[in-house]
Design a protein around this ligand. Structure first.
Ligand code: HEM
Length: 471
């Protein structure tokens, strides 16, 4: 249903709508506050009220920035997949992200991007990723040892999973122990995330060099993160100079990047190396942590699904550390994780800018448009999901998955810029979920959580569960 009269015209054979409907917003700022303070609620309401393509205007009259949100699976397919070349990472969010986190694999484009992807891809082949399972198992054991002695047995799963995922990815990609940096990383990424989101929607941006409180906070967070990355790189250089072998192997990410040569035969300089480390610290830990935390929390709240998950974990992982081959033997846990990612996709929104005019779901989206995709909304789209708010891992039974549009569920994005860490993340999360369910009983202490939006989905209130060691 559309609340705004749409203007219809005919180009070629298909009828297209040139005036895209959307909320009027407030007289002075349009939809700016809704988009920055409660984007997910705003998108959900917009789809319900205006349909699958919605136009938002943000900012004061005369200075309004326009955004086009696309909610249908077919629209997501077009933007990320079939017409990916027309939708570039030139939008205001990626521009801001690039300024905050540098030109790494997530943010780069064109020649830089292709060189980086060729260089880094070998670390993410199936075989290579399967080799990371041992480190995942060891990190699970470290976590379980810590949990067994937690006073009162209550832990915050969002914090715990964040630490676990950060330790795991740093160990695998950088051969580094980041325990000392956990606090810095957890504080700094959310600060930068909010800053990027605010500026991404802002119709007029205060120059970053001006000493406003927001600029100063963001600059401080960036400095702290740079220091973490520089330390990781420096420690490796010291170990290399001393001839000490690394636990992550001789060709982990840091090693590949250090040896890499550009087209001109030059090495990556210190800043380029740091950009990649920073991007992988962000992309490789926050997202996996969120998915895993929600999977555990949902199971803690749903006894029947927990029982099924635990039976599977007990049958497959009894008395031993998980290995990569276990992934196939844990189909129910995989379903649980997919359902957690449906309800709480860590990349709950992503953006692009169109190069040329295109027609999406019958709407004409102009050239140069800022396009927003929101898995948060598509994953709850009532045309594609029955009772979308219900936690039901059986939605991901293979026969039911086959019937669904490929982009009805796309937590890892899609097309040529789909997530490089997808298989690693699934392996890590499913094995960790299995090992933790085998070792502990979980019961939710908090009933709900408050969510926020930064670069990724943020948990802004305690997410506690009570643990009881088993066996
Ligand atoms: C549940 C876990 C994860 C989720 C939900 C997730 C989500 C995503 C999404 C949606 C994109 C595409 C962004 C866009 O198109 O604008 C992406 C790209 C990317 N992800 Fe992930 N990710 C996860 C785990 C990981 C891990 C574990 C790593 C690395 C170890 C990683 C590294 C990256 C990188 C480097 C890119 C850019 C790839 C490219 O453009 O070639 N991600 N991720």
């Amino acid at each position: 249903m559309s609340l705004t009269a749409a203007t219809t015209s005919t180009t070629g054979t298909a009828a297209t709508i040139t005036r895209i409907p959307g909320p009027p917003g407030l007289p002075l700022v349009g939809s700016l506050l809704d988009l920055t303070r409660r984007p997910l609620r705003t998108y959900l309401d917009a789809r319900r009220d205006y349909g699958d393509v919605v136009r938002f205007a943000a900012g004061p009259p005369g200075l309004r920035a326009e955004f086009y949100a696309v909610f249908s699976p077919e629209g997501a397919h077009q933007v990320l997949g079939s017409e990916a070349a027309n939708f570039r990472k030139d939008n205001s969010f990626y521009d801001e992200l690039r300024t905050s986190l540098g030109n790494g694999l997530l943010t780069s484009q064109d020649g830089d991007y292709h060189r980086q992807r060729r260089l880094i891809q070998p670390l993410f082949t199936r075989r290579r990723v399967d080799g990371y399972a041992e480190a995942v198992g060891q990190e699970c054991a470290v976590l379980a040892d810590r949990w067994r002695v937690v006073p009162g047995g209550v832990v915050d799963v969002a914090e715990e999973m964040s630490r676990f995922a950060l330790r795991t990815v740093s160990r695998i990609l950088f051969g580094a122990d980041v325990e000392a940096a956990v606090r810095v990383v957890h504080h700094s990424f959310p600060v930068l995330g909010e800053f990027v989101l605010e500026r991404g929607f802002a119709p007029v941006k205060v120059p970053r060099g001006w000493p406003t409180p927001a600029n100063r906070r963001a600059a401080g967070a960036q400095r702290d993160l740079y220091a973490v990355c520089d330390r990781i790189i420096a420690e490796r250089a010291v170990r290399r100079a001393a001839g000490v072998a690394d636990s992550a192997g001789p060709d982990d990410l840091l090693e590949l990047l250090t040896r890499a040569r550009g087209e001109d035969g030059e090495r990556l300089d210190a800043a380029e190396l740091r950009d990649q480390v920073l991007i992988f610290l962000l992309a490789g830990h926050e997202t996996t942590a969120t998915s895993l935390a929600f999977a555990l929390f949902l199971l803690a709240k749903h006894p029947e699904q927990r029982r099924r998950a635990r039976e599977e974990a007990d049958a497959v992982l009894a008395g031993r550390a998980p290995v990569a081959a276990d992934l196939e033997a844990l189909p129910y846990l995989t379903q649980v994780l997919k359902e957690a990612m449906r309800l709480y996709p860590a990349a709950s929104q992503m953006g692009r800018r169109s190069v040329a005019e295109s027609v999406i779901d019958g709407y004409v989206v102009p050239a140069g448009a800022q396009v927003i995709l929101a898995p948060w909304v598509t994953h709850r789209h009532p045309d594609h999901w029955e009772q979308p708010d219900r936690f039901d891992p059986d939605r991901f039974l293979p026969e039911r998955e086959k019937e669904r549009h490929r982009y009805a569920w796309y937590p890892f994005g899609g097309g040529p810029r789909a997530c490089i860490g997808q298989h690693f993340s699934m392996l890590e999360s499913v094995l960790a979920l299995g090992a933790l369910l085998r070792d502990f009983d979980f019961e939710a202490v908090d009933r709900g959580v408050r969510l926020g939006q930064g670069i990724t989905l943020q948990v802004r209130s305690p997410m506690r569960v009570r643990l009881t060691p088993r066996g």
